[in-house]
Design a protein around this ligand. Structure first.
Ligand code: ATP
Ligand code: MG
Length: 262
């Protein structure tokens, strides 16, 4: 059994690495040497155009996809070739918030949140589920909606229920796949504050995959840019804002023009 000794890692220690990762699908090459290190407690955004591999990077971290070459480590342990049982252990610590909310439509909100809790501990008491569900719904600003079905909720609320489900087991790392796509400006800002709150209240480390430069600038300690099958620039948000790396500059300027309707 894979033992992830998460408690040995202090804020600022490297807890995730991608080391020269290559990944392709049949005749499509997505990554040719992905390198990235994530430190405990930081929020790192990965930005890049549509179809450049952002979701693939997150999926490799939770075992939904496997690299063709290279290594990925989580809390100091390689996760290449581990057993399905070990993946369950990794997913307790690293939680993926899907781009599509992937809620179970036939289950109410409580049961959606109970699902990962029952996987983590099949003997968990119903009263403990009630407590954790109430706490996490409160944290995402949706108290009291335990008995609603996903179809009764707005898109923004579904996103936040998805988030509550991603954090209900109290993971160390949250992977946010396009958390603000399709949301209005108010819900977009709400998600931005939630990403920061998860960091402040739960001490979570976050990797955020997004097209939304505003959110990336607001929440990130560092930002990484995907271009041509690798990360071409990873730097602090402050340095990214004034970068003159042409591909990144174009991406940023293009978005700003879009944002301001120019
Ligand atoms: N399971 C899969 N099988 C085959 N091809 C895949 C698979 N998953 C992803 N791809 C391909 O890999 C490339 C990268 O996909 P990915 O979903 O990571 O893009 P993305 O950067 O997240 O895009 P978006 O911004 O649109 O969400 C795409 O061309 C996609 O079609
Ligand atoms: Mg994607």
């Amino acid at each position: 059994m894979l033992e992830l000794e998460t408690e040995k890692f202090k804020a600022g220690d490297i807890i995730i690495t991608y080391q020269d990762v290559w990944k392709g699908f049949e005749d499509l090459s997505v990554y040719e040497g992905l390198n990235l290190e994530i430190r405990k407690g930081e929020t790192v955004s990965i930005m890049g155009g549509s179809g450049t591999g952002k979701t693939v990077a997150l999926k490799m971290l939770v075992g939904l996809l496997t690299p063709d070459r290279g290594d990925i480590t989580v809390f100091g342990k390689s996760i290449i070739g581990i057993s399905e049982k070990d993946w369950v252990a990794v997913r307790q610590r690293v939680s993926l918030l899907f781009q599509s909310n992937a809620l179970f439509d036939s289950l109410d909100v409580r049961e959606n949140l109970a699902y990962p809790l029952r996987i983590k501990d099949p003997h968990i008491a119903e009263s403990e589920i009630d407590r954790l569900v109430e706490e996490k719904l409160g944290l995402v600003g949706l108290p009291g909606i335990q008995h609603k079905k996903p179809s009764d909720l707005s898109g923004g609320m579904q996103k936040r229920v998805g988030l509550a489900r991603a954090i209900v087991t109290e993971p160390d790392v949250i992977l946010w796949d396009e958390p603000t796509t399709g949301l209005d400006p108010i819900n977009t800002r709400r998600i931005g504050s939630l990403i920061k709150r998860m960091n402040e209240v739960l001490g979570c480390t976050s990797i955020v995959v997004t097209h939304d430069i505003g959110t990336a600038f607001e929440v990130s300690d560092r930002i990484a840019f995907l271009f041509n099958k690798k990360l071409i620039l990873t730097d602090t948000t402050e340095n990214i804002k004034k970068t003159d790396v042409p591909e990144v500059r174009n991406f940023l300027d293009g978005r700003f023009q879009g944002l301001y309707g120019e």
